[in-house]
Design a protein around this ligand. Sequence first.
Ligand SMILES: Nc1ncnc2c1ncn2[C@@H]1O[C@H](COP(=O)(O)OP(=O)(O)OP(=O)(O)O)[C@@H](O)[C@H]1O
Ligand SMILES: CC(C)(CO)[C@@H](O)C(=O)NCCC(=O)O
Ligand SMILES: [K+]
Length: 264
Amino acid sequence: MNLLLDVGNSRIKCAISNESDNLVPLNVSINHRDGFNAENCWLNIRQCLEVNQLGLPSIIGISCVRPSVTEALVDSAKCYFEAELHIAKTQKYHKQLINSYAVPDTMGVDRWLAMLAATRGGEQAAMVIDCGTAMTIDLVASGGQHLGGYIVAGLENQLSALLSNTERVFAGDNLTDTLVTPGQNTQACVLNGLYAQAIAFIEQQIQFALSQGITETWFTGGNAQKLIQPIKMRSLYPEMALNHNDLLIFEGLLTSLQEDRKKI
Ligand SMILES: Nc1ncnc2c1ncn2[C@@H]1O[C@H](COP(=O)(O)OP(=O)(O)OP(=O)(O)O)[C@@H](O)[C@H]1O
Ligand SMILES: CC(C)(CO)[C@@H](O)C(=O)NCCC(=O)O
Ligand SMILES: [K+]
């Protein structure tokens, strides 16, 4: 059994993969922003495995966009698991998928792994939209060439930038509605504006992707559902298939781990 960790900008998410390479997400979500403690993190995961009678992993694969957190996790892993560690790295290419970055290492490995999974190693053209702490969009043409991407602040971060730099603008506590019509009170103006902006950006990229022959979009990340729903409802580009897969990074991580195994 393999244990897979997706160390994001805000949260650590986990999954396991069995002998048949089936992925099962684990019900642990660890916030590593305030007072991260790697030992508690491993302990949490161990307990979760025990409670669910899942046994212990022989390999632990890690996708991490925060090097300081990776370091802390690597340092303390051996106290809790005897597993071999695999730290995924962004590559220049994998099978047919070719990274457009001249210095691949500078691309977040979450983006690379999500592309790897969405395109099945570059076999299929795809656009990947990760709606997390940051929102990233990446485009891969048929033939596997990465055309490039975008990094913008995620919904919560856009909102907090606005609220923390104004005095009378407020938005309430949750991002429930996804209306894109003009607001008629402060909260509606802020929330509808937030969504109108994100959705306009995504629809613009859908249009661009289609012009490049890309007809599959994959959404992932904590806010995926909130964005995919209104885009589906509006249905401006029926030629584009809109998919949601929260396991995209884990799937890519598993591929990266398998590739590493082959080298041994
Ligand atoms: N435990 C959770 N389970 C599901 N959704 C969550 C959880 N915690 C936060 N979220 C939602 O996910 C949204 C996106 O946040 P988050 O950044 O955690 O997602 P992510 O893409 O997985 O993050 P990261 O950038 O850390 O990889 C948050 O605004 C929140 O609404
Ligand atoms: C853009 C984020 C923050 C998205 O999680 C991550 O992929 C990252 O830290 N990337 C490094 C910069 C880059 O991808 O060009
Ligand atoms: K992410």
